[in-house]
Design a protein around this ligand. Structure first.
Ligand code: KIV
Ligand code: NA
Length: 270
């Protein structure tokens, strides 16, 4: 039986050993991530890295649920969190509850994540009070790219107060942790010191209570572009390209398949 980490278990890790978090979108990658991670996030980044969409705005609830089901088959130990996609939770707490309940029931996730600070606090409280653990996401919130005017660093200079206020608001609303994306490192450290819940950094600071990356980014599999905060721990796009090249050459040279890959007719029925 599945003995997964719970949202409260993650919350209890505040100030302790750093939380290791990665995204996953498929069963085999979820299995690999689960062996090392505390949190496996089915991020709406799936739209860009697996579906070729131009941003996360085109991602649907059905896509998140389909990938959530796939990831659930690979996760045993980690807390599985599913992103609420753009348009599925912003209209009202009722809308958020209806759609988050679908995600929880249909995927078996242990929590949902949604983007937004102070303006989403009432919705976070509404979900948490009804049994749905919420991971918040502040700083650069990619679903708001059109309002933010791009994917730039958030919380510079006087704008730091806004991000600190967002962090306080989501923590007070009952979020069990908060992703802080693309803010100055010193601001991420300040927020980490101020909050009683774990901060999970991406483009933030090594001082956060945990880190998260998009797995296709850190594997060098998605290489359309590389944000500064991404470190590539492998170069799988190049590896895949080289493998496909070798296969193509061997097919053209008729050296694949080799004798060990083909069958002989020994007369016995199979
Ligand atoms: O969608 C995603 O992958 C995310 C993480 C980068 C935090 O939201
Ligand atoms: Na996301």
């Amino acid at each position: 039986p599945r003995k997964a980490l719970s949202a409260s278990g993650i919350r209890a890790r505040k100030g302790g050993e750093p939380l290791v978090c990665l995204t996953a979108y498929t069963t085999p990658i979820a299995q690999i991530a689960d062996a090392e991670c505390d949190v496996v996030l089915v991020g709406d980044s799936v739209g860009m890295v697996l579906h070729g969409l131009p941003s996360t705005l085109q991602v649907t609830l059905d896509m998140m649920i389909l990938h959530g089901k796939a990831v659930a088959r690979g996760v045993r130990r980690a807390l599985m969190v599913v992103d609420m996609p753009f348009g599925s939770y912003e209209a009202s707490p009722d809308q958020a509850l209806r759609n988050a309940a679908r995600v929880m029931a249909e995927t078996g996730a242990g929590a949902v994540k949604l983007e937004g600070g102070r303006h989403m606090a009432a919705t976070i409280r509404f979900l948490v009070d009804r049994g749905i653990p919420v991971m918040a996401h502040i700083g650069l919130t990619p679903q708001s790219v059109n309002a933010l005017g791009g994917y730039g660093v958030q919380g510079k200079g006087a704008d730091a107060a806004r991000i600190r206020d967002d962090a306080r608001a989501v923590a007070e609303a009952g979020a069990f942790s908060v992703v802080i994306e693309k803010v100055p490192a010193a601001l991420a450290d300040t927020i980490t010191a101020e909050l009683a819940i774990p901060t999970i950094g991406i483009g933030a600071s090594a001082g956060c209570d945990g880190q998260i990356l998009v797995i296709d980014d850190m594997l060098g599999l998605f290489d359309a572009f590389k944000p500064k905060f991404v470190k590539r721990y492998a170069h799988l796009a190049a590896d895949v390209g080289a493998a496909v090249h070798s296969y193509a050459q061997e097919v053209r040279a008729r050296t694949f398949p080799a004798p060990e890959h083909v069958f002989t007719d020994d007369g016995a029925a199979s």
